[in-house]
Design a protein around this ligand. Sequence first.
Ligand code: GLU
Length: 304
Amino acid sequence: MEYQQILEEIYQQILPYAKEGKQADYIPELAKVNPDQFGMCINTIYGETASIEQADTRFSIQSISKVFSLAMCLSIKGDDLWKKVGKEPSGTAFNSLFQLEIEKGVPRNPFINSGAIVMADILLTNLADPEADYLRFVRTVAGNDTIDYNRQVAESEREKGYLNAAIANLLKYHNSIDNDIERVLQFYFLTCSIEMSCRELSLAFLAFANHRRKFDYAGITLTSSQVKRMNAIMQTCGFYDEAGEFSYLVGLPGKSGVGGGIVAIYPLQYSVAVWSPRLNPKGNSVMGIKALELLTSYTKESIF
Ligand code: GLU
């Protein structure tokens, strides 16, 4: 498969969408990002790679970090994790409060904010040095020691994070989190603030694409079956309230973030990351979704 040629063709096809959508601005630091950027990188499990445009520019991975958090929590808690968080698509916005209230503090899945805040609490309780341990895991799985948090972004989100604070308070009311609310929020925002490029994300997610390879990074270990199940959750819950549409258009499991990044995997074949800050009304990158739709159309490959 000539991935480089395909990616270059895709870029030409998506240029007409370059001004569609709007970058996230509810996190003040993200509002400062130049919205007119695009990068894409694919890596196969056999070592082939192809990339276009700003594949090496780092951006805020935001909710994509929820996949790393899930890997760590599953490794630590095993199936007990599912007592604290569900695995059904939510059908509501990623930061919705009302479903959490009706379901008495048990988040629908680990990829909505309430689920990720519960995971942040689990990690705070179980890791010896949560901030260092989390970063070590992400660096190890990506094979890159320069990946880091952006504390300015985390702080900026904390200042305006009223909705996430409301979610954390509701979780605390229902005894769904053990640690101090402020501490949990601070750690959650920090994990979201990690910056990575498309190339780094695509390489990191090869660990999920290739579930036959041993998953053992910085002490975080998962069985092949756990990795496959994580991919199932990415398929059903990875794209906000648009997971059905993404399945229909692209047909791959993955996760997106409000920084405009999307990572998707084709199990036992490749991992692909795409980034462009302009989002559609559901919070997914406009050019990103279009590029991935074209990728699976051109290659005639998807999980379906
Ligand atoms: N830190 C962001 C928030 O909690 C993450 C949102 C996202 O990327 O979906 O609102």
